[in-house]
Design a protein. Sequence first.
Length: 203
Amino acid sequence: MRERADAARNRAAILRATEELLAERGAEHVSLDAVAAAAGVGKGTVFRRFGSRTGLLAALLDERMAALRAGIESGPPPLGPGAPPVERLVAFFDAIIDLATRNLALVNAYQHALAGAPRDQSVSEIYDAWHAHVAAQLRAACPGLDADLAAHVLLGSAHADPIRRMLADGDGKRVAGVLRDMITDIVAGHPQRQVEARPDSGN
């Protein structure tokens, strides 16, 4: 069912208000009450649509990630299918560092909200999708590697607080370079690596 026109307008207004509050006042001022007032809707409308502050931030971040998601699923290599797994991993981490640099206030706000959310809330869909993609590429490149854990290590490195501070200071290229080195070291150092891994056709 297509979204009703008025619901679509409300959604766009709420996300735009959230983005403006982040840019103008900082993450600490992005509450459901403040967003509702800025968007010209009731707080109940925001709550029904997004469920929580974390859900609201996740929705805004998801919009920013639409191009990255499309690139991973069906875009040209090396980000998209058709490139060797290591090349896809490097392209992916280059892309998320670029995304984080351009949306630093939003990423920081989402990360802090996510850290304080109850464990039973479904607020980590973005991370879960990234983890599944990274683990799939690692598994293709290194059969036998604990790809799930290695994917957490790489993603955790990219999202650590000191790294976000470096991105805020303009050190994105440095961070991306170290992540690239970490990926190649993991693959090169694993005894069951595939020297010429076949390109992965999935996510």
